[in-house]
Design a protein around this ligand. Structure first.
Ligand code: ZN
Length: 170
């Protein structure tokens, strides 16, 4: 009798470098505008057809995540006009980059040049429907907040150096 061996996996490891970038992201996100769940109804309708939510990038009818067009790490907000549904594959591949940066990256699942125009076209009508004006993160801060954020960045840099000394981060 043939026996099938289930592919076994270890639990996902949390890397120190990832933890550091998450900390920076969390601080940036605390300055971001955050909509209510109900505000996403219209966004879902915009990207839905035949009862399925489509990925804004590859159009697959299996979008299960929200992606920020203007990434949180660059000052993006969690609001209609900046949030788009994305499939797991595109979301993991795009990471915290703009579409333009993503398309120029070496990521395996980056959008191909010939598909890029169609994506930009779809997003253009989306942006017209939900007005959102992205700002770079530093532009969102007042003078006092900018000083506080600079201090935080210095501390984070020190922490990274300390962790590097102990070979815990590259
Ligand atoms: Zn996709």
């Amino acid at each position: 009798m043939k026996q099938t061996v289930r592919k076994r996996k270890l639990p996902t490891k949390t890397y120190v470098g990832f933890g550091l970038s998450m900390l920076d992201r969390a601080v940036k996100e605390s300055f971001a505008i955050r909509c209510r769940v109900i505000d996403l109804d219209e966004v879902e309708r915009f990207f839905s057809s035949d009862g399925h939510l489509h990925c804004a990038y590859c159009d697959v009818a299996d979008a299960e995540r929200w992606d920020h067009l203007h990434p949180v790490s660059q000052g993006g907000d969690t609001v209609p006009g900046n949030l788009v549904p994305a499939c797991r594959r595109c979301d993991d591949s795009k990471q915290d980059r703009t579409i333009e940066e993503w398309a120029l990256s070496m990521s395996t699942h980056r959008p191909q040049q010939e598909k890029l125009a169609a994506i930009q076209e779809r997003l253009k009508s989306y942006r017209e429907r939900f007005a959102y004006h992205p700002r770079q993160f530093e532009q969102k801060l007042n003078a006092q907040q900018r000083v506080a954020y600079e201090r935080f960045r210095e501390k984070l840099h020190e922490l990274r150096e300390l962790l590097r000394e102990h070979s815990l981060v590259k």
